[in-house]
Design a protein around this ligand. Sequence first.
Ligand code: SF4
Ligand code: SF4
Ligand code: SF4
Length: 299
Amino acid sequence: MGISRRSALKAMAVATATTVATTLKPQPTQAAAVVARPDAVGMLYDATRCIGCKACMSACNKANNLPPDTTLSGGLWQMPLDLNERTKNIIKLYKDPATGTRSFVKRQCMHCLDPACVSACMLGALKKGQFGVVSYDPDLCIGCRYCQMSCPFNIPKFEWSKVFPKIVKCEFCKERLAQGQQPGCCEACPTGAVIFGKYTDLLADAHARLAQHPERYVPTIYGESEVGGTQVLYLSHVDFAKLGLPTYSSEPVPTAVRQVFQEIYQGIIPPLALYALLAAVLMRSRRELTGEAHDREEQ
Ligand code: SF4
Ligand code: SF4
Ligand code: SF4
């Protein structure tokens, strides 16, 4: 036990030194164009094909072993108001009272090509890895919630009700992808409103739909350029802003995040050491309590 604690603290100290060195290294102020990695997968959501059945929401909970959020329905059916600690995927309804125009919109992590959450996480709990998926490692997370604050799409949620809270967000069903399966939401959709595929194929598909049916869509693909591009792409007959998808330029957010954090860190190197120590203590306590819980279960 003593050795592992020392190892953990040593590893934390090394990680902190590396983080400080990396963070304080001058960063380029001009954002380079972001290119999807060759193995990048994607999700294309076409709002004109969505009937709001929410099969994708149930499938998402099932794929992620999450209980449905039935709080607002008195325990009767899944009815979250927004993404939350039990909801990684949500279908919302937009309705224009003046014109009667309606549209559904699906929200989940966008799997940004250059994710701000990854840049903001000092301990590497969020990573962009295989297939371009932005995944989360709870064992490296200390609950600082910088990823939440940095996300331009307000995606990561926090388990406020738990003693050791984690971040909750769509990880593109990474376990299913590893087994050659498609994400739960895409598999469940009965109308093909949300489909899974290679990122470049889906982008080409979206362009083809726009070219073939210009009367059906607003003439852009949301996610093609916003914040440098996202692996989740949208087509719609309603302005994206009205659907709650924020308007952004093609400038990746991590550029700004890195600059802000660089300035913050320059003033807080001593507090950062304290932060690292606190992180080590928290992670050690969590491991000990988790170990005690396991011991109790085994007795
Ligand atoms: S949408 Fe937010 S949580 Fe998802 S990859 Fe982009 S920055 Fe990260
Ligand atoms: S990819 Fe998986 S986790 Fe993400 S929204 Fe779809 S079902 Fe949910
Ligand atoms: S399963 Fe498909 S059609 Fe049904 S709500 Fe989800 S995206 Fe829309």
